[in-house]
Design a binder for this molecule. Structure first.
Ligand code: FES
Ligand code: FES
Length: 253
């Protein structure tokens, strides 16, 4: 590669740019090529409407890192060797990503202008942590402003990921085997995990989070924590294995 050539991946496809303007931002670039789902709100890192996911390979830890980024502040040159994912890569109205589906179904998309950034912040969190706690979800939205103050339905939709019935302890956030600590509804295991007492309260005695047979496969929501849910509402489970992979070619760079 010439020193003046920029190489990165955009929504799973390789991008090679020769001598891009040094002052071009990532947001200006993606919008200029038709990816207009990411919005220009404040233009100064304050609103999150321009949020995209930037994934990179960390040589020191040999791990892939997924970071939500304000594209309005990021020079295009900063994505050299990285994978940029924009809202266009997530889903369509006919086949939405689980984040899009749940925010739409639970009325979390209000003015719509901030929604792509909100979806991308949640998506970025799930790429790192598919079963986030409620506190982690609230932190993930730190950089997203909703001026119509409609945070409640957005948070309700997002929190369905932390209470999903998938055989994982709903509060431990420690992966499918729950770190060997057992179910949060298990009296014997509660003392080992500070989240477990709270988790029992949140599940309202509605059954063990490790029991995948109780609700016929449909994710179960906790009415005391997730408001305004249409009882007929069904959503697709979140499957991290269906996400765009990090391009192996970028690991070898
Ligand atoms: Fe507001 Fe980028 S446009 S943070
Ligand atoms: Fe845009 Fe609230 S969803 S201001």
């Amino acid at each position: 590669l010439q020193p003046s050539t920029l190489l990165f991946y955009l929504n799973g496809r390789k991008a090679l740019l020769t001598q891009p303007p040094p002052d071009l931002t990532l947001l200006q670039y993606i919008r200029s090529i038709g990816l207009t789902g990411s919005k220009l709100g404040c233009g100064e890192g304050g609103c999150g409407a321009c949020t995209v996911l930037v994934s990179s390979y960390d040589l020191a830890t040999q791990a892939i890192r997924h970071i939500p980024v304000n594209a309005c502040l990021s020079p295009l040159a900063s994505v050299q060797g990285k994978h940029v994912i924009t809202i266009e890569a997530l889903g369509t109205s006919a086949n939405p990503h689980p984040v899009q589906e749940r925010i739409a179904q639970m009325h979390g998309s209000q003015c719509g202008f901030c929604t792509p950034g909100i979806v991308m912040s949640m998506y970025a969190l799930l790429r790192t942590n598919p079963r986030p706690t409620e506190e982690e979800i609230e932190e993930a939205f730190d950089g997203n402003l909703c001026r119509c103050t409609g945070y409640r339905p957005i948070l309700d939709a997002a929190k369905t990921f932390s209470v999903e019935k998938t055989g994982v302890c709903c509060k431990s956030g420690k992966g499918a085997d729950n770190g060997g600590k057992g179910c949060c509804m298990d009296e014997g295991s509660r003392a080992q995990d500070p989240h477990m007492e709270e988790a029992k309260y949140q599940r309202g005695g509605g059954g063990c989070c490790k029991d995948t047979s109780a609700s016929g496969g449909a994710p179960e929501l906790i009415p005391s924590k997730v408001q305004k849910i249409d009882s007929s509402f069904q959503y697709q489970p979140y499957d991290p294995s269906r996400e765009l992979i990090f391009p192996p070619a970028l690991i070898l760079l």
